[in-house]
Design a protein around this ligand. Structure first.
Ligand code: SF4
Length: 315
């Protein structure tokens, strides 16, 4: 049966009469080392005891030990069902429940209980609700965290809010430390891999945020290993710099399932990741985090510090 989602459906390989591809054997550089420290252990205990939910745990992020040791964590808002369906994403697609107006305060409570230094807030797409209504939840989440834990840095990783300038202004006016929106893949692959998004609209979202508040760093992410070429990744980096994006993360795609998600096309080598970093820095990004296990919230606090220092000197 097709995976049904809001606004259409994506056939599985079985629907298309395709065989499920064999997984590519993983290269040695994708192995992670378990490095638990005192902060990680303390947070782990707190999260269990208080029944808090983080994307870090639920997505089995390979960087959880390092991020939690730095007292940084990621939360998902706007519900647990997305109205879009991206070929790499493991979040359930479907008709979401009503927006929860208390969610911002629950997230702020969780950030406070965990004593975080830096919180990344991400969310599903809510095409069932007006972009400005969604934007108010984003803004209220920023304000609620700020009120509870004034010293905690906040990065919001939003959807495209349908490219609605007023909605983007509402989020940016709440003054997160970082405004992020992920391009995720190249211009050519966008329609296939992110059918609910448009490459140019995502660039426009980042440009609008930068125009509204030039001092707030903007950030984006690309996942590689989904069929793109080296030159297409460089095109993304160039396009993102043209709309003033300050921070960049690039990481390897790991397919959540062979049946429902696009297969891994190739394992990008550490040398190629280093080359993207070098090119990104030459293009003028304040910080480029590029490596096989990099995820968009990896080293979020450090990235913010780098961008703040650079923007401070630019303005
Ligand atoms: S919009 Fe975001 S949450 Fe929704 S399917 Fe795409 S990547 Fe996943």
């Amino acid at each position: 049966m097709s995976q049904v989602f809001f606004g259409g459906s994506i056939p599985t390989r079985a629907d298309l009469g395709e065989s499920v591809p064999a997984p590519l054997p993983r290269p040695p550089w994708l192995k992670t080392k378990l490095k638990t420290g005192p902060n990680f252990s303390e947070l782990k205990g707190l999260v269990r005891g208080l029944d808090l939910h983080t994307v870090c745990e639920e997505a089995s992020c390979p960087n959880i030990y390092e991020c939690w040791e730095a007292k940084e964590a990621t939360f998902l808002i706007l519900g647990d069902k997305c109205t879009r369906r991206c070929g790499f994403c493991d979040i359930a697609t479907g008709k979401p429940g009503a927006l929860d107006k208390n969610e911002p305060y629950r997230v702020a409570d969780a950030v406070s209980h965990m004593g975080l230094n830096f919180a990344v807030i991400t969310g599903v797409e809510r095409d069932d609700v007006a972009p400005k209504t969604v934007a108010e939840i984003w803004a209220e989440t920023i304000r609620a965290i700020r009120a509870r834990i004034p010293g905690c840095g906040i990065e919001v990783l939003t959807g495209d809010l349908k490219g609605d300038r007023q909605a983007i202004d509402i989020v940016v006016d709440a003054e997160p430390e970082v405004f992020a929106h992920n391009l995720e893949t190249t211009r050519r692959l966008h329609r296939k891999i992110r059918p609910g998004f448009r490459y140019e609209r995502s660039l426009a979202v980042l440009e609008m945020a930068k125009q509204r508040k030039p001092n707030i760093p903007t950030k984006s992410n690309i996942i590689v290993g989904m069929g793109e070429t080296f030159e297409e990744v460089v095109e993304c980096l160039t396009d993102l710099r043209e709309v003033g994006v300050d921070l960049m993360t690039i990481g390897q795609y790991l397919s959540p399932s062979l049946e429902h998600h696009i297969p891994v096309d190739r394992w990008v080598t550490p040398e190629e990741f280093s080359e993207y970093k070098r090119i990104g820095e030459d293009l003028g990004f304040a910080w480029v985090e590029s490596g096989p296990l990099v995820r968009s919230s990896y080293h979020a606090g450090k990235q913010y510090q780098a961008a703040a220092a650079k923007l401070g000197s630019r303005n």
